[in-house]
Design a protein around this ligand. Structure first.
Ligand code: C2E
Ligand code: CA
Ligand code: CA
Length: 752
């Protein structure tokens, strides 16, 4: 108030009272103002105080806020670290599913492309799964309850991954949903493994039978197809080994080859015969694969088997059509030619002969024309059956067509003449079989065949050439008057015809008493007759004396050797009894030849003992001659038989010694008394140093083994002398005498 003193001085000059009044008024109001100011001052102080208080408050608030900010940051950092360090991917979405935050691992997982906040997170879900994911998301938002969901996600590079995620709703303080936090992880590997498992399971339950074993071959698992194929349920075979299925058709070598292949290559496949539960044997195609672990050790085997019986049957059906005659089911021309080629090659290798028999029915055309084709077919089928019954398993019966059949015989004798006889016997069998009446729809029918025969052996003929020969021979048989057989080779035919006649005659020789024994003396160093070999002879009514060389083999083939051998034994034993009773002949021995077939008879020992008893012969006067070839099979059994007879005193000589294959080891085991040096060595003793050496060796061998030795076929004095210097002191041969009929032999005995 700077104006107040100026106003007062003006009032003094102008008017006192007014001035005074004014002054009072002014003072008063001044006073009032002062009061007012004073009041204001105190108010101000009050305000100041309050301000100070407020300021303090403010500072407190600022501090608190800073603390809060720090705590929030810490929390955020904490949250970020958690989100980054756990394996899961974390996304925070708004309530429409738009991105608010993606954890770094999630961003990296997506391919590190920027995932802008505010973009639609559903856009990354595979279109096929998108709706479902969206629905679950909104349900979660609505209910506040998160649920686990699996879906496919497409990454920025386009790759598809399987995810599993669960959403949690974040609420504000009023309980209002504000955000959704999603925790997701990649389950692609698990999903793929599951898928593989499903594929494997589906594959395992395929059409093929499958089973899995452990390394030891114990079955762990089988599939349904396996059960259907084998008939064994899973329970029945788990814990067993595949031996359960073994058919017994394969040998140990077969299974060993499988094991070998598994060891070497880790797998095997091939055809195998197995047995079903119902005992039926069936062919299967089996594949076995080894499963190995990281170290390469086998842990399991997976086997797949396919029943190929049907395929095989079809194959066989095709084979049937291609190689077999539909009417008779016999091999056709093609198969026959095939087999013939094989047989010829085998024959060239082994030296064994084979034969081809061409068979044609006589008057078949008439039957066809008069009774019709059905009857013709019926006849052909019966012929086929009968032909099969005439041959061995390894032979082939084929039908060429019409009424033409061919029989192929393999593995016949090495000697063409013997082989001819064998095929002739089959030819005769066929003739007899096809001559029997046939039953054609209830009525009896007669038919005959004509048979042409040709042999094949070491010479390499063409298949066609052979067939032609057999065919020609068959025509020859027709020309000869049918119902007969003919050999292609006329010489062979002659031999065979003669032998056939001989055989027929020989069958009767025994009854007709045309057989008799000759005796050939056996002489010691001093010229004394110590024994004789009994040799059979046949006085043929027309042909005169027939040598055993001609009929013994025949007798062997026909089995007639058995009655013949028995007769020889009986006759010879009866004779020993006579001679042994004569003064000075107590030791006189008779040697009797025994054939292989005789010796093989199970009751041979009883037979010999029976004859000895019947003829009252002393076993010591009997010597049985065996040949080496007889001893080749079943030595054990032969030794047993010889041992029994030997105990009774019967002696044994090994005939034709040196021509066989005797090994020293079993010579020692045989209970022999004598070795008989074969005629062939004696024959060339003087001219062939080899034979001389052989003879000497045999003598030395006999003396080593403690056996007697005799030389057969001694024809000259020089031979005998050489043998004597070698140490052989018993002889048999023309030098002393030919084999003589009984009367002459006895005369010979008297003279010596
Ligand atoms: P083998 O047992 O080797 O009989 C000896 C053969 O040599 C006899 O022939 C005999 O006549 C003949 N031979 C004897 N000394 C001489 C000689 O100095 N020079 C020549 N070149 N030959 C001589 P054979 O009687 O014709 O008998 C032949 C074969 O028939 C016998 O050979 C024998 O294996 C068999 N055989 C004879 N009789 C019988 C028998 O009763 N039963 C059996 N199973 N076979 C018999
Ligand atoms: Ca003999
Ligand atoms: Ca001999």
């Amino acid at each position: 108030m700077p104006d107040t003193p100026a106003l007062m001085s003006g009032w003094v000059h102008i008017g006192g009272a007014v001035v005074l009044l004014l002054m009072v008024f002014l003072i008063r109001s001044y006073q009032q103002r002062i009061d007012e100011v004073r009041r204001l001052g105190s108010d101000l102080a009050q305000c100041d105080r309050e301000l100070q208080v407020r300021q303090a408050d403010c500072e407190q608030i600022i501090t608190a806020r800073r603390e809060m900010e720090a705590a929030l940051h810490e929390q955020q950092e904490f949250f970020r670290l958690i989100a980054e360090s756990i394996g899961e991917h974390i996304a925070v979405l708004d309530l429409q599913g738009r991105r608010v935050y993606n954890s770094p691992s999630y961003r990296q997982f997506f391919g590190n492309a920027r995932q802008l906040p505010g973009t639609d997170s559903f856009a990354d879900v595979h279109p096929d799964d998108r709706e479902r994911v969206r629905r679950v998301f909104y349900e979660t938002v609505q209910t506040g309850v998160g649920q686990e969901i699996e879906y496919r996600l497409i990454r920025h590079d386009g790759s598809v991954r399987y995810m599993a995620s669960v959403g949690k709703v974040i609420q504000d303080k009023d309980g209002q949903a504000v955000r959704v936090i999603v925790v997701a992880h990649d389950i692609t590997d698990r999903k793929q493994a599951e898928q593989w498992e499903r594929i494997a399971a589906t594959a395992f339950e395929s059409q093929q039978g499958m089973f899995i074993t452990d390394a030891a071959g114990v079955i762990l698992r089988v599939n349904q197809a396996f059960t259907e194929i084998t008939g064994y349920s899973a329970e029945e075979c788990i814990g067993q080994t595949p031996k359960l299925l073994s058919s017994g058709r394969h040998d140990a070598a077969f299974y060993a080859a499988i094991r070998h292949s598994l060891e070497r290559q880790g797998s095997w496949q091939g055809e195998i015969w197995n047995r079903r539960k119902n005992a039926e044997i069936f062919p299967e195609w089996l594949t076995i694969s080894a499963v190995t672990n990281n170290e390469g050790r086998v842990t399991h085997y997976v086997s797949t088997l396919a029943d190929i019986s049907l395929r095989k049957a079809a194959q066989e059906e095709i084979q049937q059509l291609a190689f077999y005659d539909a009417l008779t089911r016999l091999p056709n021309r093609r198969l026959l030619q095939d087999r013939l080629r094989t047989a010829m090659a085998a024959s060239a290798r082994s030296g064994r002969q084979g034969a081809l028999l061409f068979i044609d029915l006589d008057n078949f055309k008439t039957l066809n024309d008069t009774l019709g084709h059905d009857m013709g077919d019926c006849l052909l089928q019966q012929v086929a059956k009968r032909l099969l019954a005439c041959v061995r398993d390894r032979d082939t019966v084929a039908r060429l067509g019409g009424d033409e059949f061919v029989v192929m015989l393999a593995d016949l004798d090495k000697q063409p003449q013997e082989a001819a006889t064998q095929s002739r016997i089959v030819g005769e069998k066929i003739l007899a079989a096809l001559n029997r009446p046939y039953d054609l729809a209830g009525s009896e029918y007669h038919n005959t065949p004509s048979v042409g025969i040709t042999l094949f052996g070491s010479q390499q003929d063409a298949v066609d050439e052979l067939m032609k020969r057999a065919d020609l021979a068959m025509y020859d048989a027709k020309a000869t008057g049918r119902n007969t057989y003919r050999f292609f080779d006329p010489q062979m035919q002659a031999v065979v015809t003669a032998r056939a006649a001989l055989e027929r005659d020989f069958r009767e020789a025994l009854q007709r008493q045309e057989l008799f024994l000759c005796y050939q003396p056996q002489v010691d160093r001093a010229g004394r007759i110590v024994g004789a070999e009994a040799l059979v002879r046949w006085r043929h009514p027309q042909r005169g004396l027939v040598s055993p060389a001609e009929f013994i083999a025949l007798a062997e083939e026909t089995g007639l050797i058995l009655p013949l051998g028995l007769w020889v034994l009986e006759t010879a034993c009866a004779q020993t009894t006579v001679w042994a009773a004569q003064a000075g002949r107590e030791e006189f021995t008779v040697s009797v030849n025994v054939s292989a077939r005789q010796l093989r008879q199970p009751n041979f020992v009883e037979q010999v003992l029976g004859v000895l008893a019947k003829t009252a012969a002393n076993p010591r006067n009997l010597k049985l001659e065996l040949t080496e070839s007889m001893l080749l099979d079943n030595v054990q059994e032969i030794i047993a038989k010889m041992t029994v007879l030997k105990k009774h005193g019967v002696g044994f000589s090994l005939d034709d010694f040196g021509t066989g294959y005797s090994s020293l080891s079993y010579l020692k085991r045989l209970p022999l008394d004598q070795l008989k040096i074969d005629r062939s060595f004696v024959r060339d003793l003087l001219s062939d140093p080899n034979d001389e050496a052989i003879a000497r060796t045999i003598v030395a061998l006999a003396s080593n083994l403690g056996l007697e030795v005799i030389a057969e076929g001694v024809e000259g004095v020089e031979q005998r002398d050489v043998l004597a210097t070698q140490g052989c002191h018993t002889y048999q041969g023309y030098l002393f005498s030919r084999p003589l009929p009984l009367a002459e032999f006895e005369a010979f005995l008297q003279a010596h």
